[in-house]
Design a protein around this ligand. Sequence first.
Ligand code: PMP
Length: 307
Amino acid sequence: MSDFENKPAWFDGKYVLLKDANINIRTHALQYGTAFFGGLRAYYNKNKNNLYLLRLEDHHTRLRQSARILQMHWAMPYDEFRDITVNLLRQGEWRQNCYLRPFIYKSELTMSPRLHNVEDKFALYAIPLDDYLDTKRGLKAAVSSWVRISDNQIPARAKASGGYINSALAKSEALENGFDEAIFLDQRGFVSEGSAENIFIVRNGRLITPGIASAILEGITRRTVLSMAKDMGIECEERDVSRTELYTADEVFFSGTGAQIAWIESIDRRKIGDGSIGPITRKLQDTFFRFAAGEIEQYMHWLTPVY
Ligand code: PMP
């Protein structure tokens, strides 16, 4: 059993050991995918001997929005959410990079795939995590044969558990075909996002990312990238992106809590730019890792120190 299994998780309104945070197999969320989650990171800075949670309040806001979409009762105020999260890391004596998963799920043991009048519960756990996608080498991505689910089917904005079947289909297809990650097109045929990350392209010095109508999850890292780029004086566009813009882009990268900023070397075996990390991606990636470790004064307001 891994070490972190003996660290605390928040379950049923109290801290228990992660290994003891288990649910009944009849749980509604397990039968029907009626849950939603967040994913946030805390970065450890050895010199400062501190752990920093990234954009905690933004994650809380997004969870509250998901709750509304999925007709969940969960209405935990930010202060309570922050305290549970910070105390979970303190009690677990976390001093390494980690990933936290807040999870709100329909907890009743009822049969009927509905949203209304079903009880829900909140859980939270942490696992150790460095790179999710390799950030040091270029990734090989492929446009998926699976299409991104639209807002009128399973809204990506809700970060609903059941919606991740769509991601899983695309991710497995990509990996089993020898690629590192999938890129979804939306129902109109425009570029949407990766299986668990947003996507950016650079063309002629401009940073471009699909708009929120392209069936994307409104990524918090995406927002961070846009802010950092604007602060660097880079012009940014949120708009529809055509598939062939991927092939002709100077740079392409993924953004996400798990993915961080991960650059793409080829898409559908077509080399992007000269096949190495581009200057804008490099600058954004470098700034991202420094701010996440609490090294940039200007962005300290995005961090919640644990100790
Ligand atoms: N899209 C999807 C489908 C995701 O699962 C994620 C990861 N949460 C993202 C985008 C990136 O969002 P964020 O930057 O908020 O982690």
